[in-house]
Ligand binder design. Structure first.
Ligand SMILES: [Zn+2]
Ligand SMILES: [Zn+2]
Length: 186
């Protein structure tokens, strides 16, 4: 079976299979692709920055490219470690625009108050941010509509404002990008 997107838990803690299952369904539905959950045991090396006590998302992307299950497929790493890029305090994720690899972290997506972790809300947020980064790998750029999954989010209010899907304009743009991709390969 041809697989367009591999979804790979690369965190330190145990994989949240419920999250991966939702992600699998949403990735296939939103982008009309074939996705598969990958259970590779390898984990990123050299991504931890001792000075910042965070992991470099850019180094994880490089590792994903080198370690991905199969050439010709996209790979999305989902992790629980805190991610950064040099100019920002943290990032929810990073992706190669029009490329192959993306990474998303659940570290900053947990509900902040309350005694019990709201696992459902955490999953909902993680799915949105993963769909967002996956959209970048298909060539989609940031969208100005707050409800669109491709809108940029730097805080949880903005994450929660997204409905998890592509707005009409982004759907049209996505269709064009896929079309161009096919012409390019044929
Ligand atoms: Zn983005
Ligand atoms: Zn949009």
């Amino acid at each position: 079976m041809h697989v367009d997107v591999y979804l790979w838990w690369i965190g330190v803690g145990a994989a949240d299979e419920g999250l991966l299952a939702r992600l699998h369904g949403d990735a296939e539905r939103v982008f009309d692709v074939s996705a598969r959950v990958w259970h590779g045991h390898e984990r990123p090396i050299d991504s931890f920055d001792p000075r910042r006590q965070q992991h470099s998302s850019t180094r994880i992307l490089k590792w994903l490219l080198e370690t991905r299950p199969r050439q010709g497929s996209k790979v999305v790493g989902i992790t629980d470690v805190d991610l950064f890029i040099p100019i920002l305090t943290f990032v929810y994720g990073e992706a190669q625009l029009g490329g192959t690899a993306a990474v998303v972290s659940t570290a900053r997506l947990s509900p902040e108050d309350g005694f019990a972790v709201d696992r459902d809300l955490l999953r909902t947020r993680a799915v949105k941010e993963t769909i967002h980064e996956l959209g970048h790998t298909f060539g989609l750029i940031h969208c100005a509509r707050p409800e669109c999954v491709m809108s940029r989010s730097v805080n949880l209010v903005q994450v929660d404002a997204k409905n998890g899907g592509l707005c009409r304009d982004c759907q049209i743009r996505y269709g064009e990008l896929r079309q161009q991709g096919h012409e390019h390969h044929e």
